[in-house]
Ligand binder design. Structure first.
Ligand SMILES: *[C@@H]1O[C@H](CO)[C@@H](O)[C@H](O)[C@H]1NC(C)=O
Ligand SMILES: *[C@@H]1O[C@H](CO)[C@@H](O)[C@H](O)[C@H]1NC(C)=O
Ligand SMILES: *[C@@H]1O[C@H](CO)[C@@H](O)[C@H](O)[C@H]1NC(C)=O
Ligand SMILES: *[C@@H]1O[C@H](CO)[C@@H](O)[C@H](O)[C@H]1NC(C)=O
Ligand SMILES: *[C@@H]1O[C@H](CO)[C@@H](O)[C@H](O)[C@H]1NC(C)=O
Ligand SMILES: *[C@@H]1O[C@H](CO)[C@@H](O)[C@H](O)[C@H]1NC(C)=O
Length: 611
């Protein structure tokens, strides 16, 4: 196996820059190869403002992680004993030395008091500075970089430095080296087909032993509705009983607005009892909420229509998060063009009472997010999962083992690290071991959808909860299969799957069909929210981080998940991996059986094996 540094392409040699008299020596903190597909343009305007986010090392992440494993392991006596917000903050608070040294450095550049904003645990500090000052502080030069394929521009650099004495007191500073292409998971392979009306239903039923009543409406093979999902995932009979305490949420980025009128039309057509119920909108980091019908987002509408219909009448929140706009050269507003997860996470970690189930259908190619940043954001997801019991659910991606670009000519299955070798492209944050990644299925009986994102992280090692599942899968591969194209020791995705093709949505006032792991993710999240409802209604804690439970159930071949064994997801000029018996990197453990899962999470051990 290649060393981590080779995978990451980070310059590990420390270059000490010559220090002018009176200044302390700087040391290179991070240096990356110029990323593929980006063209370096003119120097950034010196008066352009950027929001620098500075991450301070967390004092005790290892202990936090140990808590997370214990409280999410169904065989551990502490299962479900989630930590409080304050417990988590104490574990990740940076050392006083780090805080003091970083504050002194900022003060020496005139940044103090109100100029600094901090995360609740004090482990992130944000300052707004003009490019000229950022260049002095980080001994770097920012340029305007343009993404050739899209024309989007960013203000970035490929290397930055810190005063030598600070190098171990800062994990990272961004935006510097981040060139990620944050994307929706329903914009590539998926089709957005306008319909003249709701599809006529095929009469009759398709037998399906794990479905509610052992059968599914025949129409579900061509058009997925909330009723289809409740039938397929055996949730028809369940009436939520903890609405009010239990809550569900979907996140929106990239100016995707969830439209209230579209949701009402969707409910009128497909879930009449929910007509009149709505969701609240919370703005994070200046996120907008434009309700003009034509401004509705396909992704946002899909996410709220499915996550919220399945969990109805559970109170629902849509988070609209600002940030990540492309740089406009004539605009001197600060560009808050980091990846927006850290903004959203800072907000979530600051509130007392977060929703127990949160669905996100956005992501990046892992390799476009600098390792240092991916690692910190992933650790922040661990904080959210460990504290107060939040289940964090992400789309695994729409490109099979590739990057989701349907055009082989522009598909970017090349490493971004300067070596330019062909390799599979996993998605982030799905590749973070502290979130649950959802792949896509289609048809009744269910098979893998051929775009279902899957594979192995090049950043995060395989967590122990996956060991037996992933080793069993790898041992079935013919020796040498895809050698060098993937990291067999990496965190493997997805964890689970759900339907992701031919979803009936309403968007901009009309019915459409849409597809993507974007559809699978709110569907799976809706089912998880019902499980949280059952737990809370029975005075139990919410499920929190799901994966140790999911893998424990999968490993004993519990009927809690419907194993998907047909299909594959091509990419990078290969046929990709195959769905197979047990866990596989196309469909994970398969789709949920809510009825069985509900019995299990309420402590009915006879449900572990009997269907
Ligand atoms: C299919 O599901 C709908 C509810 O969405 C129901 O009204 C209908 O009777 C079902 N059966 C058939 C054969 O369509
Ligand atoms: C579902 O649709 C697929 C694709 O059209 C078809 O191959 C399959 O036979 C259908 N399943 C049933 C049970 O009709
Ligand atoms: C990377 O390799 C591919 C295939 O050999 C080639 O087409 C491409 O131009 C290379 N890109 C760079 C940046 O060297
Ligand atoms: C995936 O299946 C669709 C039809 O369902 C087909 O049009 C598409 O070419 C397939 N994609 C790949 C990569 O095989
Ligand atoms: C997938 O299955 C096909 C058909 O059985 C087989 O030829 C191929 O080698 C398998 N691919 C992998 C990666 O296991
Ligand atoms: C326990 O689970 C089994 C299988 O799901 C179910 O048949 C049984 O009714 C459940 N028992 C209770 C008390 O809920």
């Amino acid at each position: 196996m290649r060393s981590l540094s080779a995978w990451l392409g980070l310059a590990l040699t420390s270059l000490v820059a010559a220090a002018p008299a009176g200044e302390c020596a700087h040391k290179v903190k991070e240096s990356v190869s110029p990323p593929r597909g980006w063209i370096k343009g003119s120097p950034a305007p010196t008066d352009h403002d950027i929001e620098l986010r500075i991450a301070l090392p967390q004092s005790n992440f290892a202990e936090l992680e140990q808590h997370l494993w214990e409280i999410s392991d169904p065989f551990h006596p502490r299962y479900g004993a989630h930590l409080s917000k304050e417990d988590v903050e104490a574990l990740v608070a940076p050392h006083d030395d780090s805080v003091q040294l970083v504050e002194e450095w900022l003060a020496s550049h005139g940044l103090a008091g109100d100029a600094l904003s901090r995360s609740p645990a004090n482990d992130w500090i944000t300052v707004k500075v003009p490019v000229s000052l950022a260049e002095t502080m980080l001994k770097t030069e920012y340029h305007i970089w343009t993404h050739a394929a899209s024309g989007d521009s960013l203000v970035r650099t490929t290397s930055y430095s810190l005063p030598e004495h600070l190098v171990d007191h800062v994990d990272l500073v961004q935006p510097t080296t981040m060139f990620s292409r944050f994307k929706r998971m329903s914009t590539t392979y998926n089709s957005l087909q306008r319909q003249s009306s709701i599809m006529a239903t095929d009469p009759g039923y398709i037998p399906d032993p794990s479905a509610y009543g052992g059968q599914v409406n025949a129409s579900c093979n061509a058009t997925i509705t909330p009723t289809c999902l409740k039938q397929l995932y055996n949730a028809v009979a369940y009436e939520p009983a903890a609405a009010g305490v239990n809550k569900v949420a979907a996140t929106g980025y990239l100016d995707e607005y969830a439209n209230h009128e579209d949701l009402q039309m969707f409910y009128a057509a497909l879930l009449p009892q929910a007509v009149g119920s709505t969701f609240s909108v919370v703005s994070v980091n200046g996120g907008l909420n434009n309700q003009t019908p034509a401004e509705a987002g396909v992704e946002a509408d899909l996410d709220v229509e499915y996550a919220f219909s399945l969990s109805y009448p559970t109170p629902a929140t849509f988070y609209t998060t600002g940030g990540s706009p492309p740089f406009k050269p004539d605009d001197l507003e600060p560009t808050d063009s980091n990846e927006p997860y850290s903004e959203w996470l800072s907000y979530m970690l600051s509130i007392e009472d977060p929703p127990q189930t949160i669905s996100t259908s956005y992501g990046d190619d892992e390799q476009t997010v600098p390792y240092s940043y991916a690692k910190r954001v992933c650790e922040d997801f661990a904080q959210l999962g460990a504290s107060r019991g939040v289940s964090i659910i992400f789309a695994s991606g729409d490109g099979g083992v590739g990057d989701g670009d349907p055009d082989p000519a522009t598909q970017e299955c090349y490493s971004n690290d300067g070596r330019n070798v062909t390799e599979f492209i996993p998605g982030f944050p799905a590749s973070c071991p502290y979130v649950t990644a959802v792949g896509a299925l289609q048809y009744v009986p269910e098979i893998a959808a051929n775009f279902s994102g899957g594979g192995f992280s090049n950043y995060f090692p395989r967590p122990s909860y996956q060991n037996s599942a992933v080793e069993a899968y790898l041992s079935k591969l013919a020796p040498g299969t895809y050698a060098g194209l993937y990291n067999p020791n990496g965190r493997a995705i997805p964890d689970v799957a759900a339907q992701g093709v031919n979803f009936q949505i309403f968007w901009d006032g009309s019915p459409y069909l849409v597809a993507g792991t974007s559809a699978s993710t709110p569907s799976f999240s809706g089912i998880v929210s019902l499980l949280n409802d059952a737990r809370i209604a029975n005075s139990l804690s919410p499920l929190g981080f799901l994966n140790p439970l999911v893998y424990a159930l999968g490993t004993i071949s519990s009927p809690a998940f419907n194993d998907i064994t047909v299909g594959n997801a091509p990419g990078c000029g290969t046929q990709g991996f195959n769905a197979s018996v047990g866990w596989d990197p196309v469909t994970g453990w398969g789709s949920p059986n809510f009825g069985v899962l509900k019995d299990i999470v309420l402590g009915n051990t006879s449900a572990l094996w009997s269907a």
